[in-house]
Ligand binder design. Structure first.
Ligand SMILES: Cc1cc2nc3c(=O)[nH]c(=O)nc-3n(C[C@H](O)[C@H](O)[C@H](O)COP(=O)(O)O)c2cc1C
Length: 171
């Protein structure tokens, strides 16, 4: 699948997954795609933890407490370090967003589905910290997103998007 096809094929998937494990080789390819993303001043503030241990997946899903990704056979946890760079500015949000989109495209290109699960894990209810503690992640890393990975049982439902010319212009 070329990159334009992957971009057009990707949609958030919130349904059930088949139980087939995701080979580690594929998880590494997806994580490499994430870490290959650009980052402000090349600070590389994004780090990743892939979870494919079934017992750990259950525990992480229980903390998230939502149906999205609950049956996925793997989950990539996206971590950030909000480090200052150019003129004291921090580009961590841009860095992890670029990494997440690269991974979403790699996931689709490899025949899997996913969903950018950030809102559910970054509410001020401490779920992110609960997950990082469970995974033994040092406190200087902050969980910002979870990406379920697996073969979907159904097709994702494409959301309605505004028309191209409502959001883009030529001059
Ligand atoms: C910053 C951000 C946070 C998101 N958090 C969640 C979330 O917590 N749960 C969820 O189901 N989807 C989440 N999404 C997915 C969006 O709802 C989804 O991208 C949007 O509805 C458009 O659909 P599409 O991804 O199929 O194009 C998030 C997306 C972004 C960019």
């Amino acid at each position: 699948m070329d990159v334009i096809e992957a971009i057009k094929t990707r949609h958030s998937y919130r349904g059930e997954y088949l139980p087939d494990p995701v080979p580690r080789e594929d998880l590494v390819t997806i994580m490499e795609a994430g870490l290959a993303a650009p980052s402000g001043c090349n600070m590389q503030t994004t780090s990743l933890v892939a979870v494919d241990d079934p017992e750990m997946l259950v525990k992480v899903s229980e903390i998230i407490g939502k149906k999205v990704g609950a049956t996925a056979p793997a989950m990539i946890c996206v971590l950030t370090q909000r480090l200052p760079s150019y003129h004291g500015r921090c580009f961590a949000v841009q860095d992890y967003s670029a990494a997440i989109e690269n991974m979403l495209l790699a996931i689709v290109a490899l025949g899997y589905e996913s969903c950018w699960v950030e809102g559910y894990v970054t509410n001020p209810d401490g779920k992110g910290r609960q997950i990082t503690r469970l995974l033994g992640v040092p406190d200087e890393y902050e969980l910002v997103c979870c990406l379920p990975v697996g073969v979907a049982k159904a097709r994702p439902i494409p959301p309605k998007k505004k028309d191209f010319y409502e959001r883009a212009w030529f001059y």
